[in-house]
Design a protein around this ligand. Sequence first.
Ligand code: PEP
Length: 254
Amino acid sequence: MSRKVIIAGNWKMNKNAAEGVALVEALKAKSAAFNDVEIVVCPPFTTIGAVVEAAAGSNIGVGAQNIHWAANGAFTGEISADMLVTSGVKYVIIGHSERRQYFGETDETVNKRLAAALAAGLIPIVCIGELLEEREAGKTEEVLSTQIRGGLANVSAEDAARIVIAYEPVWAIGTGKTATPEMAQAAHAFIRAELAAMFGAETAEAMRIQYGGSMKPANARELVAQKDIDGGLIGGAALDAESFLSLISEAMGC
Ligand code: PEP
């Protein structure tokens, strides 16, 4: 089973519309050379419209960083699936560790957001990962299992095949500390086994699992070369065209 590598840039709360357009224009100038990889950028909500326009006709897809589960209503500050889809968004990050840490996301809210994203035909990128103290206490697998089983509860195998999982050990995000390729591969293999238990081996084999956490040009090749690592969710290294393109090139073994 061959899975298409997916490299997504999570811009977090960076880049206004003009800065986002400049970044996408710079990416577009060279991205056509990478046919075998799905390239995604996830700008802040206010930058999405301009970025969708700038990315039109290129091989760069646009994602959002969050989604609400309700169709509409009194949810100040939230954005619905329909608002994303009609803005030209194709992907959505759900349950990023910063959302879990600072904004009270739980596996239950992840599950509700996921259901809304799937119903709207979006490609969800569901983030999971353990804290440093959980890893040190030998609880990594227990944490991942709870997040997968809670976050992906009540999803059909057909829908599951569309989900991208981003394994992001929290201690590696924005810290410069990367999981070794062996550590990351072991976690990814465990995640795939969990997905197989939930959705069957065939679906689990088709699902893409990204690594995230201080991935950069210097370590992307070795990480993506691992059997169960199907790309990356990139923070800091996605904010600059040269580093993001170079990371993509390394990940693809060019
Ligand atoms: C992230 O926030 O998803 C991430 C992986 O960040 P960084 O690449 O900066 O560690």
